[in-house]
Design a protein around this ligand. Sequence first.
Ligand code: CMC
Length: 428
Amino acid sequence: MAEKITLKKDTQSIDLEIKDATVGPSVIDLKSLYPDTGYFTFDPSYSTTASCESKITYIDGVKGILEYRGYPIEQLAEKSTYLEVAYLLFNGELPSSNIALDEFRSEVKQNMTLPENMDVIFSGFGKEAHPMAMLTTAVAALSGSYHEGIDIRDKEHQKEFFFNVLGKMPILVANVFNHNQKNANVEYDESLSYSENILRLFFGWKDGYEINPILSKALDILLILHADHEQNCSTSSVRLTGSSGTNPYAAIAAGVAALWGPAHGGANEAVVRMFGEIGSKDNISKFIDKAKDKNDPFRLMGFGHRVYKNYDPRATIIRSQCHKVLESTGNDSNPMFELALKLEEIALNDDYFVKRNLYPNVDFYSGLIYKAMDIPKEMFTAMFALARTVGWATHWCEMMSNPKHRIGRPRQLYLGEKKRDYIPINDR
Ligand code: CMC
């Protein structure tokens, strides 16, 4: 028998069912609340609302735990690869053999080409256009090529969409990069890994370009760390958009658009801009004061998280990767990295940040790695989007495979005018 919680007001009372999670907080099932009481719940930023059932990713923000399909992020970052993690997210289990993983890899690679008419999408943008503007448009444009004949309820069609978007995203992101940098596009190389191919697609036009294995490993780890993060803003955007039954590529475009904001994926670009603005360790305390000043809109970018009230486990891994990457590029005494370490140390010892549980998040150090790879800061959020595509696509497939799923339709607390009569303009 499921446990119940009783809600009482005056003489009225209602029993609401409690649903237990495998691990983590149980939820109160509110489906009978409005029909039985006439009340809605009010949770404008969804801080305490579980919007769906999911089996993909688990986060304990207080303990700083992140798991994909039950596997701790630390183990996956150390021992796995991005495509194996993609397999895990999509299928729910790790591949049972190298053959299964190779088949998966080859399905992704088969989709690493763009429809012919995509060139005009990029050439229509000015060279200064922000990469996220181009990427949102380019992903949405895929819906033009893949719409007729898609049955979003059909498992095989869902799978085709998954492999198609996973294969095409690196090509789209590389096209965006090459358009901005005025570089020639390069073909992917069958013999390379997913991450090696990304570096090749970006820099392969350079004479004698050789992939640095430390950089491709670091990139692979960044992709793993960004692959999914349960019902965050962009994933919820994909689910809500997709819940209407729209084209899945259009739903992913909604996720890319949501990710762009500085409170979400756009923070990685904002962090490196902030480091540039701070300039030197001597100015840190001035910026810490600005972040604490409630009359100043400035926030310490890359700090704080809606869910993590502890160190973001992804930031710990990225910080140690940062050391390795900077060492390999002969830049271990990188002034920006030194500044970031000092800023973190000062903030973590400041009462304001301690009391509010504000710790470095995934975006605090990631930009420094991309920068060391010669990827410009405007591209950072596009790199995040590339990695998160597997999460978005997996969530979309999970939602579409749930026969109980309905269109998402939140309600509101209406605070507008009560009914009034229209008065003709000359009588007002
Ligand atoms: N700098 C200064 N103060 C902060 C910061 C910050 N980065 N983050 C939160 N606070 C304060 C905030 O002013 C509030 O103080 P008070 O209680 O006195 O009003 C308190 O901490 C709680 O903040 P909140 O805005 O209610 O928290 P939230 O859960 O709505 O916002 C956040 C989470 C990530 C948007 C926010 O921490 C932030 O703006 N951080 C900087 C942007 C950033 O790094 N974003 C990347 C998030 S991780 C990548 C991803 O998963 O998307």
